[in-house]
Design a protein around this ligand. Sequence first.
Ligand code: FE2
Ligand code: FE2
Length: 276
Amino acid sequence: MRVLFIGDIVGRQGVGIVVDSLVGMRREQSIDFVVANGENSDGGSGITPSIYRKLIKAGVDCVTLGDHIYRKKDIIEILDTQDRIVKPANYPAIAPGKPYAILESATGIRVAVISLMGRVFMKPVDCPFAAADRVMAEIPADVKVRLVDFHAEATSDKQLMGRYLDGRVSALMGTHTHVPTADTQILPGGTAFQCDLGMTGPHNSILGRDIANVTEATISFRPIAFPVAKGDVRLSGAMVDIDSRTGLAQRIERVSLNEKDASRYGDSNDDEDDDR
Ligand SMILES: [Fe+2]
Ligand SMILES: [Fe+2]
């Protein structure tokens, strides 16, 4: 089966390129399952129920998040009631959301989606390695396809988790830094790996935010809002082919789609909600 991972979706332009291209891309590239990180989809921070629904309607099978998970508090009800969205599995049990999802692909293959958060240069959180072991033990053994979004800052942290879960999950894709890494590979045990998928949103920016404002705030120390930037919108991610009988990866390829590429897929899911 073929899985598409989409890196951190930033703002309405990030949501827009997904909505505009995903139906056509799924069809033309024979994609069976899509995981997208939506933690920055509402104005650069958090996600709303309406953006969640828009992404699912556009063809995303499961939404993962990260440190901005609860920034828009209306999402809490969605996290508690909907199946196609997960919280980081190493968040406390009491925190809203489910620690993993088991979903079915369009062709009837059962797929587990797990999100984990790193601890290096991040807000303190429970041990992601212990959480990974706990979730691996809970997922039924016949669910072979297991997809992990590891939301973390440090490449060392990401490599370590990749090696820790190598052979136990189909793919472990990094998110959070918004900059794609060139270490796309299949690890020795059969897990597809990339330290970071990169960002889906405006690349004429500092990690998706307006360059002038980030510059001004950094140099002057004055508190200034960081609006989502505009221009050079790209969809960043990776496509992974997985043997659904063993759950191991066979092939991985980086994906970087610009607006021209996206318009080639041409299938607009237009829905005029005014989400930022
Ligand atoms: Fe992010
Ligand atoms: Fe993040």
